[in-house]
Design a protein around this ligand. Structure first.
Ligand code: ZN
Length: 103
């Protein structure tokens, strides 16, 4: 799989400094593109300000789609310093870290 585009979403979570939620309107628009065969949604990304690039308990509790890759960026003092990617388990009960690389 090759990521050709990353689309930023407004964080529509009730507490955006502690949680994330993708704009459902954006998600629907991207799903329409995917259904046309022009692209595929591979996953989503979010950051952990002053946290680690590891899934939080909230992240683990928020797995609803086992086929979407999660990219988590650790940010300190406004600068990204680490990223990691994870694939949910088939039962959505947790994650396995997966490797990504630049092509
Ligand atoms: Zn998180």
């Amino acid at each position: 799989m090759i990521v050709s585009q990353a689309v930023a979403s407004t964080n529509v979570a009730d507490e955006p400094s502690h949680r994330f939620a993708i704009d459902p309107g954006l998600r629907l628009r991207l799903q329409k593109v995917a259904r046309s065969g022009a692209a595929q949604i591979l996953g989503h990304y979010h950051s952990h300000p002053d946290g680690a690039a590891q899934p939080s308990k909230t992240d683990k509790a928020g797995i609803y789609e086992a086929d979407l890759i999660w990219l988590i960026a650790a940010v300190k003092a406004g600068q990204m310093h680490d990223i990691a990617t994870f694939m949910p388990w088939a039962d959505c009960g947790g994650f396995d870290e997966i490797e990504i690389r630049e092509s």
